[in-house]
Each structure stands twice: as structure tokens, then as C-alpha cells.
Ligand binder design. Sequence first.
Ligand SMILES: [Zn+2]
Length: 334
Amino acid sequence: MDSYYNKEVSNCYFCQSDNFIEHSKATYWKIIELNFFECKNCGLIFANPMPSLDIIIKGNKALNVLHTSRGTFSQYKGGKEFTFVLKKICRKGTLLDVGCAEGLFLKGIEDFSEWKAEGIDVIESAVTFSNNRLGVKVYFGVLESMKNPDNTYDYIRMNNVIEHVQNPVSFIKKANSLLKNGGIVYISTPNGIQDGAVLKTANKQGTIINLLENHFFYYKPKTLKNILKSCGFRIIKSYCEDIKHSIKDFGLFPWIKIRDSNEKYSLNDYTEKENTDFQISDDEINNMKYDKSLNSKKLLFNLYFNRFFKIKIPSVIPIGHQQVAVAEKIKEVK
Ligand SMILES: [Zn+2]
């Protein structure tokens, strides 16, 4: 069992305090137990010991088999939608999408703007697909291993990535060095207060949740902002959204039980399987550009219409399943 974990840490990844309290328990793919602790000083919640990279890679592969439907065209459409945000910043620039998967989001950006869009991912088949089939530059590996020179990018996007990393501080510092001064980082991640509460409430009700995604760090909005500030960023905006789960997750209605929907999944059943489901022809790729649903006026109308109904809660009131932080690099931090 030892090789399933990294060495236990005795100091917090962020503030170095050794004052942790027990937070909750979970399992990862039914194969290992996870013990989450909360740093009393900075609020960071993390698994200790941390599962090893070896077991995470196996878990990710299994997840890839399980989640065979990937949003292909909707990712591409999302890329075009994102050009509205980018064009407000500058007519052209260079973007890095961390955890970009097959890169269709990036292709959408490059097809509909003058921005150069690059990505990085740890799934080798996704990286090969992006480079060879889409002609979008995607690097293989974790962000910290990236060899690109400092001050390369104007915008770094991290959509649901920071909860998966091995060390959030070295990760954000690397983003700082890759960004130009004044460059923007966009982070979205589960709201650690609420997502952590799910595990805690389930524990109280006698359930130990089986995690399939390697979410081993949970960030309270305040903690995330403090990490960004200490890594040379100024917060532009920070908010929470998606409030539909809240009350149940916090255990406010104790008769509503939190159920473990992943109970039946064990890593042992997935070690031999491969995902061969992701197939798209060159014609389909080339024709995406002409899809009627990409009409700019229609897209803009939908964006504003949806925004009107999507409540953004200032992150000082940390309810909502998801949180977003947007920050600007103001100084170099090593
Ligand atoms: Zn701490």
C-alpha cells in the first residue's frame, strides 16, 4: 500500500504552518483511503498523505474510460465564445489553456480571433490529437515542467485544474513566471467550503464518499485569493456560482442524505480497459467552423441571456458549488 501514497507532509503547502485539524474522510476509486486535513492558519484543505502520481495516472485513465462522451463541438463553440472575452483585453495575444484536453476550445479561439492559443495536458493521446489533427500547439506534461521562456503569455486559463495539482503554490508561481507583466490568470475550481462540506456531511451521516476525480485540494475562496496574492497577483474579480446543491451539502436538512453515486466504481475493474471512443473525422473538424450555431449575434445574445440568469455571488459569501478568480500579474515571484 505504501507506493500508493507520497510521503506525509508536516507543514501546510501554502503557509507552512503545522497546525492541521482533521476535516473528512473519503476513498479514491475504492482502492485507497483519503484523510483530509484543514490548515488552521490559512484554511487550505488537503489529503495527507497525498496519493502518488502513479495511482492518480491510473485513476485518470480509468475516468477516461468511464466518461466516454466528450463535448467536442461544445468545446469548440466555447472557444469562439471565449474570443469575446479575449478581444476585450486585446485584439491579439497569446493564451495558454492548462488542462486543455483535446484542444478543441483552443481551435475555436484560433479560428475566430487573432489570438494564438496553446495548451498543456497530461493525457498523451489528447496532446497527440491536438498537435496532429487540429494543428493546435499543445505541450505534454504538468505546468511546472514547461520549458517555455518566462513572460510568454498574455492569458492563462485554468478551468477546473488547480484542485488536481500536486502543489498549488509551485503551480501558481509557474503561471506567474510564464505570464507577461499585466497578464491575466483565470481560475475556476470547486468552492472548497461547499465541496468540502459534502464530504464532511456525508461522514456525519455515516457515508464515506468514493472520489473518482483526483480532487485532493479544496480551496476556500479566501485561501485561493491569498495564494494568488502571495504569488504576485492582484485580484480582479472573485465570485461563486451554482447554488443549487448548497443546502443539502451543508447538512442543513439532515433528513436529506448525501448519497455516494460512485460507490460501485473500483480501480481494480478498470486497469485493463482503454478509451477508444474519441473519434472525429477530418471533414467534421473542418466543417465545425461553418456550423450555424456559431453565428456571432446568436452567440452573444445567448451569452448575455444566460448571464442574466446565472447568479454570481461575491466570494465573501462563499455559497455556490463553483468559484472563479481572475487576477493580474503585478510582479515577478520566484
Ligand atoms: Zn496553511
